[in-house]
Ligand binder design. Structure first.
Ligand SMILES: Nc1nc2c(ncn2[C@@H]2O[C@H](COP(=O)(O)OP(=O)(O)OP(=O)(O)O)[C@@H](O)[C@H]2O)c(=O)[nH]1
Length: 369
């Protein structure tokens, strides 16, 4: 693995961003802490840059450089917007995302000294994977840095073929949504080794046999149930999906498999450069082109309307002059995202943080409209 000091003479590679995603309780935070301590234990140590994006977590087992909880108090958000817990978490993430450019700037500032940037996402997986803010954050980091998704799976709870299939379908949907290099991390292998999963992924007949022998897959007449038939067909579809994936078994408890995980991460860098980046460049060029076409069309229409207007109403047209002094300064109030590891610390909090820390002042975030 490459450390920051080994590249002093050549140009330093950009850090690689690891986005950890997984069902509640799969072990995301414990995993992040495990890979964090692995990087600290290297010789020389290569401490990563850590971001906690879960506003509702009560305890984070690692010292995050940027913590969403310093910027948004999700309980206050629930009160102010009259929301339940999930709505509160989602809105907190949305508010934080409006300032994500500041987060990227802080990460950019560290890109000379760190090799890995790690994002821990909210416990409720869909809040990140199926929200606009999750997509914005993912796109923003992936367009600035090599990025890989680490999908954490609770291995002991995935041994039933139906649960395994559901988990794989979910992973598949995230892969096709983000199109980023993707690593399946079978966590908790100290409790349940992940060999069964590897076998099912490599040999769909083995999966079908497991499915057939699992209780509840045949009806009273011994015929396969609807669920069984559905999963049988799905396993054929997923076969293609497995080819695009790397899978590693890890125990965040003991540290087993962490080295293999980083090998998979490092291999993902070239995948990102060869596949994701050209696609991103192509999509950007296409978008710029269509935006330019729309702009040109609007401008032509506007100029035509203006010409007609000037002919119909020459006196008003003479008075209609732009005066820069009438322009209002509509810059948003800055919200300073805090990097906990930067000096001086503490003391750079924004108001919302002060209210989180027990101040009775209420937090006022802009509302739409
Ligand atoms: N035995 C074992 N337990 C683990 C492992 N990784 C995590 N756990 C346990 O699994 C539970 C959930 O771990 P978390 O790290 O809180 O999981 P999470 O995915 O961050 O959970 P959310 O906060 O809901 O997002 C905790 O009790 C951990 O101690 C592991 O590798 N082996």
């Amino acid at each position: 693995m490459e450390s920051s000091s080994s590249t002093s003479t050549e140009e330093k590679k950009k850090p690689i961003v690891i986005i950890t995603i997984g069902m509640a309780g799969a072990g995301k935070s414990t995993f992040v802490q495990r890979i964090n301590s692995h990087l600290h234990s290297l010789d020389p140590p290569a401490p990563p840059y850590l971001l906690n994006l879960d506003p509702a977590v009560t305890h984070v087992p690692f010292e995050a450089n940027i913590d969403i909880r310093d910027t948004v108090n999700y309980k206050e958000v629930m009160k102010q917007y009259n929301l339940g817990p999930n709505g509160g978490i989602l809105t907190a993430l949305n508010l934080f995302t409006t300032k994500f450019d500041q987060v990227l700037e802080l990460v950019e500032k560290r890109s000379e000294t760190v090799d890995y940037v790690i994002l821990d996402t909210p416990g409720q997986i869909e809040i990140f994977t199926w929200s606009a803010s999750g997509a914005i954050i993912t796109d923003a980091v992936a367009s600035s840095f090599p990025t890989v998704v680490a999908y954490i799976i609770d291995t002991p709870r995935t041994t039933a073929p139906a649960t395994f299939m559901s988990n794989m379908l979910y992973a598949c949907s995230i892969l096709y949504k983000t199109k980023l290099p993707f690593i399946l991390v079978f966590n908790k292998t100290d409790v349940q080794p992940h060999d069964f999963a590897v076998e099912w992924m490599q040999d769909f007949e083995a999966f079908q046999m497991a499915l057939a022998s699992h209780s509840g897959t045949t009806d009273a007449d011994g015929e396969p149930t609807y669920m069984n038939s559905l999963m049988n067909s799905m396993s054929l579809v997923l076969d293609e999906f497995y080819k695009n994936l790397k899978a590693v078994g890890v125990s965040s408890m003991t540290g087993a498999g962490v080295k293999e995980f980083f090998e998979a991460v490092d291999a993902s860098r070239s995948e990102y450069e060869k596949e994701y980046l050209p696609e991103l460049t192509r999509a950007r060029a296409a978008r710029d082109q269509s935006l330019q076409a729309v702009k040109e069309e609007s401008m032509t229409r506007f100029m035509k309307d203006l010409a007609i207007d000037q002919i119909q109403n020459p006196n008003a047209a003479l008075r209609d002059r732009w005066r820069p002094e009438d322009e209002e300064d509509d810059d948003d109030d800055p919200v300073n995202i805090v990097d906990r590891s930067e000096e001086p610390w503490p003391g750079q909090y924004i108001d919302v943080t002060q209210s989180r820390r027990g101040d009775s002042e209420s937090m006022v975030w802009p509302r739409p409209g």
